[in-house]
Design a protein around this ligand. Structure first.
Ligand code: ZN
Length: 124
């Protein structure tokens, strides 16, 4: 099994509802996003998934979040735009695009600040 990863980032604002503190106020982060894809096999070039192609697919997902107020866009107008929920959102969207018989998104790691973040992976 190979685990391929790329890193990307996006900037956005959010408000955490019912937080009971500062995070309820509108504020922003530069989220760093690390995407992991498991590949069972390699192509004849020895590549599991081309980094450039993965990067393009990740950018498609992140562009819907970049420079937005997440609290105002779906699904975060209903569910809280926490890093946990954002990581799962990216996981689900990217899985729709990337997953095939030979490869699947395995986890999403996002950093809200330098020292804080979330890793989402589905239960196995
Ligand atoms: Zn925040």
């Amino acid at each position: 099994m190979y685990e391929i990863f790329i890193e990307d980032s996006f900037s956005a604002a959010h408000q955490i509802r019912e937080y009971g503190g500062n995070c309820e106020n509108l504020h922003g982060h530069n989220w760093d996003v690390k995407v992991f894809v498991e590949a069972k096999s390699l192509d004849n070039r020895g590549i599991g998934l081309d980094f450039r192609i993965l990067k393009i697919e990740v950018e498609k997902v992140l562009k819907d979040l970049d420079h937005k107020n997440l609290s105002e866009i779906k699904p975060f107008d209903k569910i809280n735009p926490t890093s946990e929920n954002i990581a799962k959102f990216i996981f689900d969207k990217l899985s729709e695009i990337v997953n095939s018989d030979s490869k699947k998104v395995s986890k999403i790691e996002i950093h809200e600040t330098q020292g804080t973040g979330v890793i989402y992976s589905p239960e196995k």
